[in-house]
Design a protein around this ligand. Structure first.
Ligand code: SF4
Ligand code: SF4
Length: 229
């Protein structure tokens, strides 16, 4: 089965420094010139999809269809290669923008043991941002309100690794597809609303209304699905 997954790797641009920690010196002030919102692949996870979908007042199923590519893995771009959420005044979903946008010009990496490190990306030639001589990566993450996004990214990345390992085991054992795959599949697991709806239907539960409760049930549904895979 082909997986379209979640990683915490970001835009495909050259790296200037790597192996940085939260304590490493880093300071950057963005001047909102908007140049970095073009010609990049903006990766999203189910939490980020659910946040922007909630902001737009639409289900994640519709959001994935209208605003993403590769089954919800990346935000769509316009014909001019700009992010679909870039408006004339800047990002139209700024307070709900994905983690990669919050971190730029940093990228965050996590290995399978949960070890985290950061890279400093080569900035856009035309970037009007200013590097500061004071500050740390930890301080920058706080300024960007990145912690809830990092927490969600860690959860979904771990689930992805668990899923890949379960699928690998099943392939090795040449197991038959299990019935639960009809409700969550590698193609739709990014779709929080659909996954939660199916899960609630199967377990005779009411579909929750709040984002946090939906995410809790989504994670529960995915864990159960992986266990049964
Ligand atoms: S989501 Fe917003 S900040 Fe991120 S690339 Fe799109 S327009 Fe830029
Ligand atoms: S190119 Fe640089 S200054 Fe312009 S919006 Fe992006 S980070 Fe900010």
């Amino acid at each position: 089965m082909k997986l379209t997954g979640i990683t915490i790797f970001t835009m495909t641009i050259p790296i200037r420094r790597t192996d940085l920690l939260r304590s490493s010196r880093f300071g950057f002030s963005c001047n909102r010139c908007l140049h970095c919102c073009a010609s990049k692949k903006i990766q999203v996870n189910p939490y980020e999809i659910a946040r922007i979908a909630d902001r737009l007042g639409i289900p994640t199923t519709e959001f994935i269809k209208r605003f993403t590519v590769e089954n919800g893995s990346f935000l769509k771009f316009t014909d001019r290669e700009s992010c679909i959420f870039l408006g004339s005044e800047g990002c139209t979903v700024h307070s709900d923008r994905p983690l990669v946008c919050r971190l730029y010009p940093l990228a965050r990496h996590v290995d399978h043991k949960g070890e985290e490190w950061f890279s400093e990306l080569e900035p856009e030639v035309s970037c009007k941002g200013e590097y500061l001589s004071v500050g740390t990566i930890a301080g920058y993450l706080a300024e960007q309100n990145a912690f809830s996004y990092i927490q969600a990214a860690n959860i979904y990345l771990n689930l992805l690794w668990e899923l890949m390992s379960a699928l690998e085991n099943r392939q090795q054992n040449e197991a038959e597809p299990c019935p639960i795959e009809e409700e969550i599949t590698p193609e739709n697991w990014m779709d929080m609303d659909e996954a939660v709806k199916s899960f609630c239907l199967r377990h005779g539960m009411d579909v929750p209304r709040t984002k946090n409760e939906k995410m809790r049930l989504h994670i529960e549904a995915l864990r159960k699905w992986i266990k049964e895979t």
